[in-house]
Design a protein around this ligand. Structure first.
Ligand code: TRP
Length: 463
């Protein structure tokens, strides 16, 4: 590898810088918006438990696989498969990732836009009056505010545009100047605020009902659906299955320890998701009239609940402003990582300039995002087709699972684990989790993912 090529692609400043940037990619709306929604839809605590097991056994395994492939090839996903197995059809998996990234970005950016809208609303004091209402009324008002906002085409499109424009701007600045600088300061700040909110939610009178829905598993709720969505949530939340971590791995130095890096990213990601649930569920179920057994989560869950906790904090408004700023930034460090994959592809494989690649992909994502943005009662047909929910099912669950399946098969049976181990061991002489990882990457991950995919196909066909 000549040094000029390396310089043009950029590299992380240090191992810590990588961990921050990769956690920045992983931690985002997936943890704070999507995770509680999934918990609310798929059986509460049993989902939480299945999700944690999925991260340990499958998420961590696939993350290490992606980082290893990425660092070895020093390329975007398409280039990486092509580098390791030149001329083989494996590069199609890379293309699949590039496309999946653009589609995930298209609805993810809409939700990030909602966060931007909520930042504005908090700033002008829209939620201040919530503190004067009783539980049930506060919920109703908050629900109406969300529904009016998400159904307003002009507002959601402006917010969406802001998010995509900011993402494109940071991406056009490249790895070090852009992604790294942002993540290092802001992720710890977000973490701090989340802990404060969690403490507030836990001390609300009646918080136990929510906590027990969230943390006491009911075996009767367990079924194949739970496994499918828990594994899907693990991939989504850890940014796996489409080559994001491969691309981020391609900027890691040979000397760094991939195993502990992957471990740290998984750990911090799960921690933030679990804390987000601790904010949402106790608050939700202290609202009279909303009970765990009848409850069905909607896409707006986080936006309906958060203003309520915030209004119950001393200095709530300022706190709310800070929280939404950080949430928006957490979302941006994730949108950046989604956009970085197609951008790196155009730079490496098509020799485009970084700024041009970022602009073209940014514009395409904006156009693709319009149907999702308008699918919350703004435009009838998009609402009826449930565009956002279905995009999330297809790209956020199914495509990521297919991607992860191919990645684990590729590493184990095409590239071969002995070559992957050489790459891993170049930065970690004593890879003590080796047997655990080998069993998981060769057998457990591909088998479990294959079975859940068959299950979802049968379920879709039989309705
Ligand atoms: N993991 C991010 C989150 O939880 C979203 C994300 C960023 C992502 N890059 C990804 C999801 C790649 C899937 C694949 O918010």
């Amino acid at each position: 590898m000549d040094s000029q090529e390396l310089n043009q692609r950029g590299n992380w400043g240090s191992k810590i810088a990588f961990i921050f940037a990769a956690s920045g990619s992983a931690i985002g709306l997936g943890n704070i918006w999507r995770f509680p929604m999934m918990v609310g839809l798929k059986g509460g605590a049993i989902f939480v438990l299945t999700y944690i097991l999925s991260v340990i056994f499958i998420g961590f395994t696939v993350m290490l696989a992606e980082l290893t492939i990425g660092r070895h090839a020093k390329k975007n996903p398409v280039g990486a498969f092509n580098f390791i197995k030149p001329g083989s059809p494996w590069k199609l998996v890379g293309y699949m990732g590039v496309i999946t990234g653009v589609f995930i970005l298209s609805y993810y950016a809409v939700v990030a836009g909602w966060a931007a809208g909520y930042l504005y609303k908090t700033t002008i004091g829209t939620f201040r009056r919530l503190s004067t209402f009783s539980g049930e009324e506060a919920w109703e008002v908050s629900d109406i505010i969300f529904k009016n906002f998400s159904a307003n085409p002009l507002e959601v499109l402006i917010c969406l545009f802001i998010v995509i424009a900011l993402t494109t701007f940071v991406i056009s600045k490249g790895v070090k100047g852009g992604i790294e600088r942002w993540s290092k300061i802001l992720m710890p700040a977000l973490f701090f605020l989340i802990i404060i909110l969690a403490v507030r939610a836990l001390t609300l009178p009646g918080a136990e009902t929510g906590l027990s829905f969230y943390l006491k598993p009911k075996l009767s709720e367990f079924n194949a659906d739970v496994i499918f969505f828990a594994v899907g949530q693990a991939f989504f939340s850890l940014s796996l299955g489409m080559g994001t971590m491969m691309t981020y791995g391609s900027y890691i130095s040979k000397k760094d320890n991939l195993v502990s890096s992957a471990g740290w990213v998984c750990f911090s990601d799960v921690l933030v998701a679990l804390l987000a649930g601790i904010i949402i569920f106790p608050t939700l179920f202290t609202t009279p009239g909303i009970s765990p057994d009848k409850f069905q989560a909607e896409t707006g869950l986080m936006f309906q609940v958060l203003p309520i906790v915030i209004s119950k904090m001393p200095g709530g408004n300022i706190f709310g402003i800070l929280f939404f700023i950080l949430l928006l930034i957490a979302a941006l460090t994730s949108t950046i990582s989604l956009l970085e994959v197609p951008t790196a592809y155009l730079i490496d494989e098509r020799n485009w300039k970084r700024s041009k690649a970022a602009f073209v992909i940014g514009l395409s994502s904006f156009l693709l995002a319009i149907p999702s943005a308008l699918s919350h009662e703004a435009v009838k047909i998009f609402t009826k087709l449930k565009i956002m929910a279905n995009m999330d099912l297809i790209f956020g669950n199914i495509m990521l699972a297919i991607g992860a399946l191919f990645i684990s098969i590729f590493l184990s049976y095409s590239w071969k684990t002995k070559n992957a181990l050489k790459e891993i061991e170049s930065g970690n002489k004593h890879f003590s989790l080796k047997p655990f990882w080998l069993i998981n990457i060769k057998f457990l991950a591909p088998i479990v993912i294959f079975i859940i995919l068959i299950f979802i196909i049968i379920k879709t066909i039989t309705g």
